[in-house]
Design a protein around this ligand. Sequence first.
Ligand code: NI
Length: 149
Amino acid sequence: MKLNNNKINMTFHHVGVAVKSISDTLPYYTGIFGFRQVSEIAAVPPQKVNVCFVEAPPGVLIELVEGAGANSPVEKVLEKAGSGPYHICYKVEDLDEAIAALRQEGCILFKRFELPAHGLRRFAFLLAPDRQLFELCESDKEKPREAAA
Ligand code: NI
């Protein structure tokens, strides 16, 4: 789903859902809701979380996110708002360019990290002007380098 934004090339990627336990929640998504599990439960150490992707074909991805270890940011989300959706992730072609353009629109860069996962590598969390948390991700593919002059 390509977004109609001429300034930044953004594509909807997934909705992150905070859960207390992925293994407890997974059966609801794959059973009651009919999603298909498309990844193993994987650790994301820079974020102190574990994640698991489920998909409603074609291409609607939900990322189940549970805390892992002390002071996981998702524990704060669970305390404040309980289980449920808490971030939308957009895929961008160039993470640095997207962050720069979004900062000009009043967004605040909250955190960025690198981790090869699901064909992606670089990630960033930002706050929109209304403090809504959202995520950007970038393809793992090496960008073609410009030839040195
Ligand atoms: Ni996410």
